[in-house]
Design a protein around this ligand. Structure first.
Ligand SMILES: *[C@@H]1O[C@H](CO)[C@@H](O)[C@H](O)[C@H]1NC(C)=O
Ligand SMILES: *[C@@H]1O[C@H](CO)[C@@H](O)[C@H](O)[C@H]1NC(C)=O
Ligand SMILES: *[C@@H]1O[C@H](CO)[C@@H](O)[C@H](O)[C@H]1NC(C)=O
Ligand SMILES: *[C@@H]1O[C@H](CO)[C@@H](O)[C@H](O)[C@H]1NC(C)=O
Ligand SMILES: *[C@@H]1O[C@H](CO)[C@@H](O)[C@H](O)[C@H]1NC(C)=O
Ligand SMILES: *[C@@H]1O[C@H](CO)[C@@H](O)[C@H](O)[C@H]1NC(C)=O
Ligand SMILES: *[C@@H]1O[C@H](CO)[C@@H](O)[C@H](O)[C@H]1NC(C)=O
Ligand SMILES: *[C@@H]1O[C@H](CO)[C@@H](O)[C@H](O)[C@H]1NC(C)=O
Ligand SMILES: *[C@@H]1O[C@H](CO)[C@@H](O)[C@H](O)[C@H]1NC(C)=O
Ligand SMILES: *[C@@H]1O[C@H](CO)[C@@H](O)[C@H](O)[C@H]1NC(C)=O
Ligand SMILES: *[C@@H]1O[C@H](CO)[C@@H](O)[C@H](O)[C@H]1NC(C)=O
Ligand SMILES: *[C@@H]1O[C@H](CO)[C@@H](O)[C@H](O)[C@H]1NC(C)=O
Length: 698
């Protein structure tokens, strides 16, 4: 009984002692701190007054006898170009994280316990020796580079428990051999560098390892068996590498695993059938490998799973018989792009927590089970590229999922009637839907009226069907629509004037965008994680539209893509098209257009794909701007067009002659076959600036 009281009094005395001692700060250490801080420019906003006890300064703590032990100044805008720590021999805890420090790693104090220099701009190699006292090292998110030799960096016996060097520019063999020197490591994170090689066999010596992260490097070789001995592991995360070979059954030994991420590697063989023994597992991400074999039934026993991503593998077998009902915490299930067969399992309907399901790119048959109507939290459903039937039934079911924002149903039905049930007109139907794709289903019928009620719809893809009749005027009243793809149908009539009033193509109202999607999606063969990256476009190609191109089309100034190809459009190319300053792709080929190509189109600086081939255009092909980059194919099939690119002279003379006034237009082209690459230079500049836009869009 006496001992605790004694201890309590002792520590109370100690506490009073430290509190009462005024001006106990070691003078030399105080000066060292002051010179450290005075080297800062601009000066820091700290209460470090030379006349007060430095042990009471913000970010400083001392031993009872006034020796500085702690320098804790995270996020203070420190800006040393060459960081040199103050000369403080008792310093144990340093946190200068989230500052603007640059230069090399300084020499470290001999009693170091905690070192956090994360989120700075430090560079150079990690060639300092850590004192044996060191427990925590966080040098992540800097610019450290060169290779790393753990046995030079650490002295034995080492107490190192946390070592985070993620998000730097290190190269060379990965530091998993650190366990040779320091067996006490619990957290090892070297992700997002350029480390190479396999995981070192010495990893087995870190028997207390709880977190191993080495994703986004160039690790290679098989998943070492040694990993399976680390039974304390809670997180094993090695995604985005080139790891190969199978996942061994011994993975089941890692019974404490909560997170297992091995996605985007080159793993082969089956998913271990006993993986369901990992009962604590919450996140299993094995997507984008070459895993084959079936879905291990045991996995449906991992009741804590929230994320299960197995897309882009070679998995097969019937999934109908699987009983998912125990996975009551599952949010995201992605089995897309495998060769699963059978019907969509009814037991999926029992997981009310589901927000995202992707079964796209498989060989599933049957219908969308009516019970899916009960998945009220579902926001993202992708069933594209399967062999389902009853599109009308699917929509009648899914309209009850009021939170659905993304619904991909392309190429999953075949040769049916366009769903047009009166029930779908209910105001609650798909009231949150932002993307609807029903392309490539060879659906018959007309564009159904219920679509006009989808006030939040941004993307509508009905391409590659057999839809006939006119494009309804109401399309132009859809408030949010900015991608309309009606390519390859049998649409007739004129391009409705109303379409030139689509609000979301006139002014940017993307405020309600799905900022982050539960699962990435493929669109035009590219993968998107965010909706606002989608290029805004109107695609009406390969139909039987007639009449003129309405000049008001120039109002849709946010358009990136305008495809009117292969219709029966006539009249001229409106000059107003040149107002579509964001246009990257303009295709009007295969129509009956007449007149000249407006000179003003050369003002479309982002235009990288252009065609007016196979029309009845005439006159001189404009020069300058992006037109310098379009080849013969863009203009062929117009016998009355002239210009160098179609190898037909304008004005009847021999060879090419500039049209009157052209030289005044900025000296874009000279004769004698020499071109001053004004236009090209300009183009290259723009590509650099808009590189992201262009890369994302094509
Ligand atoms: C750091 O600098 C930024 C910009 O100069 C300023 O907004 C911020 O308040 C500063 N932070 C501190 C802790 O002084
Ligand atoms: C350093 O300070 C930051 C900001 O307060 C904090 O998030 C971080 O956990 C600290 N580092 C350590 C090792 O405690
Ligand atoms: C660490 O590397 C830097 C840069 O290469 C070098 O200038 C410095 O002398 C090295 N320090 C030690 C202790 O080896
Ligand atoms: C390592 O540091 C980064 C920040 O640079 C952080 O995001 C990451 O979670 C840390 N790793 C571990 C295992 O805590
Ligand atoms: C490390 O980066 C610095 C500049 O930040 C550079 O001068 C040096 O050559 C790099 N070292 C290695 C090994 O890449
Ligand atoms: C680990 O240490 C042993 C003996 O100390 C040595 O033989 C082995 O090469 C070391 N392994 C690594 C990866 O450094
Ligand atoms: C996994 O555990 C079993 C049973 O404890 C043991 O026999 C086996 O050697 C372990 N496998 C590995 C790779 O550690
Ligand atoms: C599932 O997680 C809960 C809390 O997150 C935990 O209490 C429970 O033990 C876990 N279940 C299993 C089987 O590990
Ligand atoms: C899985 O692929 C491996 C080759 O990586 C092959 O040997 C094996 O037969 C395949 N298994 C199945 C079930 O397809
Ligand atoms: C399907 O997965 C394979 C292999 O990972 C990949 O190469 C392919 O691009 C994927 N296809 C789609 C449509 O995602
Ligand atoms: C559905 O979502 C709501 C709101 O995010 C959440 O409170 C609720 O727990 C979710 N339901 C299930 C079954 O997870
Ligand atoms: C739209 O139509 C084009 C044809 O121009 C087609 O290749 C594309 O895959 C369709 N889908 C989307 C989402 O754009």
């Amino acid at each position: 009984m006496a001992k605790p009281i004694l201890l309590l009094t002792l520590s109370l005395n100690l506490f009073l002692l430290t509190q009462n001692r005024v001006l106990s700060c070691d003078k030399q250490e105080q000066n060292s701190l002051l010179s450290f801080i005075s080297s800062q420019s601009p000066p820091l906003n700290l209460n470090w007054s030379p006349s007060s006890n430095c042990c009471r300064w913000e970010g400083i703590a001392c031993t009872p006898d006034g020796r500085v032990t702690r320098l804790w100044l995270p996020g203070k805008n420190l800006t040393a170009a060459s960081l040199s720590l103050p000369n403080l021999p008792y310093l144990a805890h340093i946190n200068l994280s989230q500052n603007h420090l640059s230069g090399l790693l300084p020499s470290l104090p001999p009693r170091l316990i905690t070192l956090d220099l994360s989120f700075n701009a430090l560079t150079g190699p990690l060639n300092r020796t850590l004192p044996t006292t060191t427990h925590t090292v966080d040098l992540s998110s800097n610019r450290f580079n060169g290779s790393l030799n753990p046995s030079l960096m650490l002295l034995r016996p080492s107490n190192l428990a946390i070592f985070n060097i993620s998000n730097n520019a290190f190269t060379g063999p990965n530091p998993s051999s650190i366990c040779n020197v320091s067996q006490s490591i619990k957290i090892l994170d070297f992700s997002a560098n350029q480390f190479t090689g396999p995981i070192s066999p010495s990893i087995t010596q870190c028997s207390n390892l709880q977190v191993l992260r080495g994703g986004s490097n160039s690790l290679s070789g098989p998943l070492s068996r040694d990993l399976y001995t680390l039974t304390s592991l809670q997180e094993l995360s090695l995604p985005n590498n080139q790891l190969s070979g199978p996942i061994n059954d011994a993975i089941a030994n890692l019974s404490n695993l909560v997170i297992l991420e091995l996605h985007v590697n080159e793993l082969t063989g089956p998913i271990p059938q006993n993986i369901g023994m990992l009962s604590r597992l919450e996140q299993l991400q094995l997507h984008s490998n070459n895993l084959n074999g079936t879905f291990p039934p045991s996995l449906t026993n991992s009741i804590n799973l929230t994320t299960l991503l197995l897309r882009n593998n070679l998995l097969n077998g019937q999934i109908s018989a699987l009983d998912f009902s125990k996975l009551q915490r599952l949010h995201a299930l992605d089995l897309g792009n495998n060769t699963f067969t059978g019907t969509i399992p009814d037991t999926l309907c029992l997981i009310k927590s589901l927000t995202a399901i992707r079964l796209a790119y498989n060989e599933l048959t049957g219908e969308v089970p009516p019970c899916m109507a009960s998945l009220k939290n579902l926001t993202h459903l992708s069933l594209s590229d399967n062999l389902l039937s009853n599109a009308a039934g699917a929509l009648t079911t899914l309209k009850h999922c009021h939170n659905l924002a993304v619904l991909f149903l392309s190429r999953c039905f075949h040769d049916e009637i366009v769903p047009d049930d009166n029930d779908l007109l209910h105001p609650d139907t798909f009231k949150n839907l932002q993307i609807l794709t029903l392309g490539g289903c060879k659906l018959n019928g007309q564009i159904p009226f219920w679509i006009s009620k989808l006030k939040k719809l941004k993307v509508l893809n009905l391409s590659f069907n057999k839809i006939h009749g006119p494009i309804p005027e109401w399309i132009g009243t859809m408030d949010s629509l900015y991608v309309l793809n009606l390519t390859q149908n049998s649409l007739t009539g004129e391009i409705p004037h109303k379409i030139t009033q689509l609000p979301a193509l006139i002014s940017d109202n993307t405020s309600t965008d799905l900022s982050h999607l539960a699962l990435p999606f493929l669109f035009d063969k590219l993968q998107y994680n965010r909706l606002f990256n989608l290029p805004r476009g109107v695609k009406l190609g390969n139909n039987s539209l007639t009449g003129i191109i309405p000049p008001e089309i120039g109002e849709l100034r946010l358009l990136h893509i305008l495809d009117l190809s292969n219709n029966n459009l006539s009249g001229g190319i409106p000059d107003s098209v040149s107002k579509l300053m964001n246009l990257e792709k303009l295709d009007m080929s295969g129509n009956e257009l007449t007149g000249e190509i407006p000179e003003s189109l050369t003002k479309l600086h982002f235009l990288s794909a252009f065609s007016v081939a196979d029309n009845d255009l005439e006159g001189e092909i404009p020069k300058g701007g992006q037109f310098e980059t379009f080849g013969f194919g863009a203009f062929e099939g117009n016998p009355k067009l002239c210009g160098e690119v179609v190898n037909r002279s304008c004005g009847g003379g021999i060879g090419f002659r500039p049209a009157a006034g052209e030289d005044e237009e900025g000296g874009v082209s000279f004769w004698c076959g020499v071109r001053i690459p004004f236009g090209v230079g300009y183009f290259v500049g723009l590509v650099a600036v808009s590189g992201v836009v262009l890369l994302k869009s094509w």
